[in-house]
Design a binder for this molecule. Structure first.
Ligand SMILES: Cc1cc2nc3c(=O)[nH]c(=O)nc-3n(C[C@H](O)[C@H](O)[C@H](O)COP(=O)(O)OP(=O)(O)OC[C@H]3O[C@@H](n4cnc5c(N)ncnc54)[C@H](O)[C@@H]3O)c2cc1C
Length: 278
């Protein structure tokens, strides 16, 4: 059973920010696909502020070489959004694989980030696109890189009075980009492994490689040493084997040895081989 709460529906961003600042113990809700699950098992808030229909939090725009994504965009809309499909293919693919059609039609990118699950499908693609969050409260605005916003599994540095208004990403053009996901089933299953990649190569060399791995460590991460190794390296089996060895090593350094690694690391090795060989 859900605890008792008052639900208010914000029609504008200013209205949501005023309520966030003035109400006692408020909580933002977008699609509710994470929040309602948590409230059913005991989390309680006096007021739930529904932000799903706020026009300023919807839509995707391109400007100054960047792409701004409204935080209340659903996974379903994002997966089909032209500028995301063209400039951030890994994100459109990841959004298209979240949960099930019902979850994709309700769940939003802002909710996925704020929930900060190690298995959140949108986070690895956003990491390779150097995503920056615009956070707003009644008093201030600030911009925070995504990797700084997530501080621990299911924990962010976003203040309870702040709203994610938008997410800015840098487009990647000329890259071979994608997202590979492993889950128990094709639908209604959380990712056991998620890999976002964007690779630029020419004449048998890697020019640039951006990788982000989710569901393996407490927080999705970019194996920067692997990316550095690949930059400018000859594309051959020796480079690829060394890159994979370093990636698996880094995971063990971050998390130690976990029982799930007996399954996950060989699967990750296979995904990275496929991704790097292209
Ligand atoms: C059956 C099922 C399957 C799922 N499968 C997947 C999956 O495959 N992959 C995956 O990544 N996730 C999955 N999820 C988790 C969930 O659907 C996603 O994390 C979704 O994106 C959450 O978005 P939401 O809008 O529903 O968030 P909500 O539940 O509305 O909110 C989640 C959290 O984010 C906060 N929040 C929401 N919007 C904002 C905002 N604009 N600013 C600040 N804080 C905000 C809320 O206060 C709350 O703390 C699944 C969930 C279910 C129930």
């Amino acid at each position: 059973m859900l605890p008792k709460f008052v639900s208010v529906i914000a029609k504008t961003k200013d209205e949501a920010l005023s309520w966030l600042s003035s109400l006692e113990n408020p909580k933002i809700m977008a699609g509710g696909t994470d929040l309602m699950v948590k409230m059913r098992v005991g989390k309680a808030y006096s007021h739930v502020i529904d932000v799903a229909g706020i026009p300023e939090l919807l839509g995707v725009s391109e400007s100054d070489g960047g792409i701004s994504i409204g935080a209340a965009m659903t996974h379903a809309r994002l997966s089909a959004e032209g500028s995301v499909v063209r400039n951030a293919r890994s994100l459109s693919l990841a959004c298209g694989l979240v949960g099930s059609p019902q979850i994709r039609n309700m769940g939003t990118i802002g909710g996925n980030l704020a929930n900060a699950s190690p298995a959140a499908d949108s986070i690895p693609p956003l990491l390779i696109h150097d995503a920056v969050l615009t956070l707003e409260s009644k008093e201030a605005h600030r911009k925070v890189p995504l990797q700084e916003a997530i501080v621990a599994p299911y924990a962010t540095s976003i203040d309870g009075k702040e709203l994610i208004a938008s997410i800015e990403i840098s487009p990647l053009r000329g890259y071979r980009e994608g997202y590979r996901r492993v889950a128990k089933r094709a639908a209604w299953a959380i990712s056991r492994l998620g890999v976002a990649f964007a690779i630029r190569e020419e004449n048998g060399r890697f020019l640039d490689a951006k990788l982000a791995i989710g569901s393996c460590t407490p927080m999705p991460f970019r194996p920067k040493k692997v990316e550095d190794l690949l930059k400018g390296a000859v594309k051959n089996e020796a480079t690829i084997s060394e890159a994979i060895r370093m990636a698996l090593e880094e995971i063990k350094l971050i998390s130690g040895i976990r029982p799930s690694y007996a399954y996950k690391l060989p699967v990750l090795k296979g995904i990275l081989e496929e991704v790097l060989r292209g």
